[in-house]
Design a protein around this ligand. Sequence first.
Ligand code: GLV
Length: 326
Amino acid sequence: MAVSTKPTVYVTRHLPDEAWKRLWEFCRPASWDFEYSPPSAVLRENVTDKAGLLCLLTDTIDAELMDSAPLLRVISQCAVGYDNIDVPAATLRGIRVGNTPGVLTETTADLAFCLLMAAARRVVEGAEYVKAGRWQTWGLTLLLGQDVHGATLGIVGMGRIGAAVARRAGGFGMRILYHDRVRKPALEVQVGATFVSLDRLLSEADYVTLHVDLSASTQGLIGEAELDLMKPTAILINTSRGPVVQTAALVTALKSGKIGAAALDVTDPEPLPGDHELLGLPNALVVPHIASASSATRLRMAMMAVENLEAGLAGRPLPYSVNAPD
Ligand code: GLV
């Protein structure tokens, strides 16, 4: 029997069929097919003899794991964010790391805007009200929300996704403020946004939407002092990473009416336990990290991750790379 010379890879979750079929053309994949992440011991055991790893943002890929995989040449993350990977450790070990930027921008912006609108107009509460059989009549003051059109949107982090949210806001005639590490004059003109300090954004915005990467400088970015600056009617939307917001401070702000509401795709901790205090608050809307979850986008992300894996196994620079180990 002929022995395959194709490199071996480990895939930490079930991939769409098209991506899985493509993988078999250039490697021998083994996969973990459960809904949750492989436990760290399982992950470690499975990468020991692998040349490639295709992983998700819920897998912790640290130096210890890399040291248990002496043949590893490429780590391909099927997500745009990669704060779960110790990239400097990978670079030091000559391992290429890739992600899936760009393809999920519009889909993620769709969900950010959807959360904004749902919270503004109390869509989930309305649906629950009807389902509970409580709808008796048209009510002049029933489930009053707040307007989106003409309101002020504050975008924290004006990268690809922040800009895509700004374009949507333009269609609603919103006034757009943004804050970023760097000012983006061309984009300001394109989307009609004004650069302001974070404090000014927080104090003037009716809606604050977060689009920063998770890093040492953004961890806990929105805490008690920042929530204090926001309007009592303001709505906070987070589709970035949970730890950008200090959960305990957010719970206090929502309970005391310091801010109006929060609409979250990401939380800290994540997943949020079913009995978490946040879930008992009428002004918190939480969905399970689904911002990029359209069938088309998830397939594109998987195909990009496969493309990165193929390049890395062949010793080529990755088409969507986050480091340059050589
Ligand atoms: C999702 O959160 C991603 O980073 O792709």
